[in-house]
Write a protein that binds this ligand. Sequence first.
Ligand code: SF4
Length: 181
Amino acid sequence: MRAIENLNRAGAMELDRIRRIPVRKLRSLVRPSGFFVQKAKKVKIFVGYAWRRHGGDLDAWLRRPLGALRQELLEIHGIGPETADSILLYAGNRPVFVVDAYTRRIGNRLGQFLTQEYHEVQRYFQENLPKSVPLYQEYHALLVRLAKEHCHKKNPACRACPVLNLCAYGRGEAGRRGGRT
Ligand code: SF4
């Protein structure tokens, strides 16, 4: 969040501005989000690609047919499924569910699925939720919040978790540890 605020304050939310900003400056702007050296490098590669191949017209590029567009994103250096799908969902407003480590952890603990494989987890959500961009965005944001506020990797705070009644793992954890709140 602070990285986004920094980029906003620096007027660096536009593709052309990011293209022209020195990488060292970009690193300092995205530093609060962690892994800032790699992130700045990947952003530069992505923006350079968008500029060379699509004339910097991100909106037109992201309106292309979904399957081919996703494949193209995955072929850009440094872009994996989670990043590609985040670009599609948040920048392109395309109905693609984003899977991250939080999603996998919570889903496994809730017993929604037992796999860690990206596309199987994604299929679970896409087959069980209405195909809706705002819903996918909100759902992902709520999973991130749940993971940060309660479903920590170690010592989850189960007793105060809003989905404890749905979570056998959490009830066991809360009973065993007395649960953190
Ligand atoms: S009850 Fe515990 S394990 Fe289950 S989702 Fe909540 S925090 Fe995670």
